[in-house]
Design a protein around this ligand. Structure first.
Ligand code: TEU
Length: 566
C-alpha cells in the first residue's frame, strides 16, 4: 500500500479564541488567522487544525456547539471561513476541523427539541433517563447513575419539566448525543460530508472513544473519598465504538482522497489504538493518547507528582513498539488542554527556557508518528503566573476550585498551586505576536490575560533570531520532510533506567539516527556503546555546543546521523 501523505506531515493547532484578534473585541477570529497564515507556513507545517469555530454559547470555549454548519459570529462568517480555507490551500497546507459529536450544546436545536417533550421525535437523540428506582426525582442521590462529570458535579442534570435526567459527561451545557440512534449518526455524517464538500481536509474528533456507552448504564466504582462513582469504564471505548467509526468511514471518508482523521481518545490503550488505526479496518488514521501527558499525575488528576523520566520513557517506548507494525500515532506535548510543556517537563527560567524548549521539541519530533505543534509552542511560550481564582476562565478550573474548596474543604492556596501548574488556561493565554501592548493579540481587552513575559517571548523576536525556538522547530519540521529515517525508522529506546537522559535510535535503510536529550540543568555524559563512533557521526541538529565525548550540556539535545550496513 502507498504511504499516506500524513506520515511525513506536521500539524499546527490553532485555538481561535486566543490566536489573533482582528476586530478589537478581545477575542481571536478567522480574520486574525488569515492575517497570520504566513507564520504557520513559514514554520513548514503541512496541516492546520482549527479548534471549534462553530456557533456556540462558549460554555466550554466552543466545545459546546449549537450549530454544526455555521461559524460563530464572534469569529466571523462562512465567507471568512472560505477565504481562510483558500489561504491555507494556497500555501500548500491542509485544514482540519474539530468534530465535537460526543455531545452538542444544550442550545443546539436538536437538544431544544429533545427537551421539549417526552414525545418529541428527537427525545431519543440524547440520553434521557428517569430517577433511580424508588427515589423522588430531583432529590440528592436520585440521579440515574452515580457518575461524576469531568467538570465537577453529577453527570446527570435534572429537567423538572419532564421529571427526567439527561446525561452530560462534560458540562451540563454539553448533553451527550445518543449514538445508538441511527438518526443521530445520519445527521452527523451528513454534516461531516457538508464540510468535506466545502473543501476541508479532515477532522480531529473530540473524545471520539466516548460515543458508545454501555446502554445498561451501571453505577461506577467510588474511589475512597470521591464524591461520585467513575463512569469512565462504562462510557470509554464502549461496545460499539469501532463499529460506529467504521460506519463513519464508509459513509463519509470512503472514496475521498488526502484526508486526515485523528481520534482524540482519553484512556485509549496501545492494543485498542492498533485496532483504531489499522488501515485495513478503516476507522481513523491516528489517535491522540494521553499516557505521556498523564505521566506526572495519579489516578486523581488533581494530584501533582514530579516527572520521573523513566516513567515517561517507558510510556513512549510502549507506544512506539505497539504501533511499530500496524497503525499510527500522533505526537504532542501541548494542546489547548495541557499546561505549557516548557514549564512542565522543561525549565522555563530565563536561563534555560529556550534551550529546554528546543530539547523537548526535538525529543518529541524524532519519534515515529505525526507531530502536532500547538500555537505558541514554537515560541517556547510558558505557563501563566496566575494570582487568584479570579484570573482563571476555564470551566474545568472553576469547577474544580468550587468542588475542592466548597465541597471537599481543601485550602484555597493548595488548590491554586495545583491549578497554576495544571490548568488548561495556561495554554489559552493569547498568542504573543510582538512586544506592543497585549502582545499584538488585540487592540482591545483580551478575554484572558496576556502573559507578562511577552516583551521577551514573541513571534517577531523569534522570527528575527536564527537561534530561536521558532527556527529550531522549523529545522525539526524540515528534517522530517527530508529524512525518511525520521518518518519510518525502527525505534529503539536506549538507557531506559536513566532518570536524566532520554536517548533512542531510529534506523531505516542504511541510515541510523541517534537522539539524546538531557532533562536536567547539569551536564550529563551519555554512556552509550560506541560513543566514539557516534560523536564522529554527522551532527544534524543541536541546541548547544556539542562535546566530543557525548557529554550533554544542561538541557542539551543532539541528533546524530550515520550510515550503517543494513
Ligand atoms: O477533551 C477531552 C478530555 O479528556 C479533557 O476533558 C481532559 O480530560 C481535560 O481537559 C484534562 O484537563 C476534549 C477537548 O479537547 C476539551 O477541550 C473539551 O473540554 C472536552 O473534550 C469536551 O468537549
Amino acid at each position: 500500500m502507498d504511504n499516506p501523505w500524513w506520515h511525513s506531515a506536521v500539524v499546527y493547532q490553532i485555538y481561535p479564541r486566543s490566536f489573533a484578534d482582528a476586530d478589537g473585541d478581545g477575542m481571536g477570529d478567522l480574520r486574525g488567522i488569515i492575517d497570520h497564515l504566513d507564520h504557520i507556513a513559514g514554520l513548514g507545517a503541512d496541516v492546520v487544525w482549527l479548534s471549534p469555530v462553530y456557533p456556540s454559547p462558549q460554555d466550554d470555549n466552543g466545545y459546546d456547539i449549537s450549530d454544526y454548519q455555521d461559524i460563530e459570529p464572534v469569529f466571523g462568517t462562512l465567507a471568512d471561513f472560505d477565504e481562510l480555507l483558500a489561504g491555507v490551500h494556497e500555501r500548500g497546507m491542509r485544514l482540519v476541523m474539530d468534530l465535537v459529536v460526543n455531545h452538542s450544546s444544550d442550545e443546539h436545536q436538536w437538544f431544544v427539541e429533545s427537551r421539549s417533550s417526552k414525545d418529541s421525535p428527537k427525545r431519543d437523540w440524547y440520553w434521557w433517563r428517569p430517577a433511580r428506582e424508588g427515589m423522588e426525582p430531583g432529590t440528592p442521590g436520585a440521579e440515574p447513575t452515580n457518575w461524576g462529570s469531568v467538570f465537577g458535579g453529577s453527570a446527570w442534570e435534572y429537567d423538572p419539566a419532564s421529571g427526567e435526567y439527561f446525561l452530560h459527561i462534560f458540562s451540563r451545557k454539553q448533553p451527550d448525543l445518543n449514538w445508538e440512534n441511527p438518526e443521530v449518526r445520519d445527521a452527523v455524517y451528513a454534516m461531516m460530508n457538508w464540510w468535506l464538500d466545502r473543501g476541508v481536509d479532515g477532522f480531529r474528533m473530540d473524545v471520539i472513544d466516548h460515543i458508545s456507552k454501555d446502554t445498561t448504564l451501571p453505577d461506577g466504582v467510588v474511589r475512597p473519598g470521591a464524591p461520585y462513582g467513575e463512569g469512565g469504564p462504562h462510557y470509554l471505548n464502549g461496545p460499539r465504538n469501532h463499529e460506529f467509526l467504521q460506519e463513519m468511514h464508509r459513509r463519509v471518508f470512503a472514496g475521498r482522497d488526502a484526508l486526515l482523521t485523528v481520534g482524540e481518545m482519553p484512556g485509549v490503550t496501545v492494543d485498542e489504538a492498533v485496532l483504531y488505526t489499522d488501515p485495513a479496518r478503516k476507522e481513523v488514521d491516528m489517535v491522540f493518547n494521553f499516557d505521556h501527558v498523564w505521566a506526572d499525575r495519579g489516578a486523581d488528576p488533581w494530584l501533582l507528582y514530579p516527572l520521573r523520566l523513566t516513567r515517561l520513557k517507558a510510556i513512549f517506548a510502549r507506544w512506539q513498539a505497539g504501533l511499530a507494525e500496524t497503525g499510527w500515532n500522533s505526537l504532542y506535548w501541548n494542546n489547548h488542554d495541557q499546561p505549557r510543556v516548557v514549564s512542565r517537563y522543561g525549565d522555563d527560567s530565563p536561563q534555560w527556557r529556550e534551550r529546554s524548549a528546543k530539547m523537548l521539541g526535538a525529543v518529541l519530533h524524532l519519534h515515529r508518528g505525526t507531530p502536532y505543534v500547538y500555537q505558541g509552542e514554537e515560541l517556547g511560550m510558558t505557563n501563566y503566573p496566575f494570582g487568584s481564582i479570579a484570573d482563571f476562565r476555564d470551566i474545568e478550573a472553576l469547577g474544580h476550585y468550587a468542588q475542592a474548596v466548597d465541597h471537599e474543604g481543601r485550602q484555597p492556596a493548595d488548590v491554586l498551586t495545583v491549578l497554576r501548574a495544571r490548568s488548561r488556561d495556561n495554554a489559552r493565554t493569547p498568542m504573543q505576536w510582538d512586544d506592543s501592548p497585549q502582545a499584538g493579540f488585540t487592540t482591545g481587552t483580551p478575554w484572558l490575560a496576556v502573559n507578562p513575559n511577552y516583551k521577551d517571548i514573541n513571534a517577531v523576536a523569534a522570527v528575527a533570531d536564527q537561534e530561536s525556538v521558532y527556527h529550531f522547530y522549523r529545522r525539526l519540521i524540515a528534517l522530517r520532510h527530508e529524512e525518511p529515517a525520521v518518518v519510518y525508522g525502527d525505534f529503539t529506546m536506549l538507557l531506559p533506567q536513566d532518570e536524566r537522559l532520554y536517548a533512542y535510535t531510529r534506523r531505516f535503510e542504511g541510515v541510523e539516527l541517534l537522539v539524546i536529550g538531557n532533562f536536567t540543568g547539569e551536564p550529563v555524559r551519555a554512556d552509550i556503546d560506541e560513543a566514539g563512533a557516534w560523536s564522529a557521526a554527522e551532527l544534524l541538529l543541536t541546541n548547544a555546543p556539542a562535546s566530543a565525548d557525548l557529554v550533554l550540556e544542561p538541557w542539551q539535545v543532539v541528533i546524530y546521523r550515520r550510515g550503517v550496513t543494513r
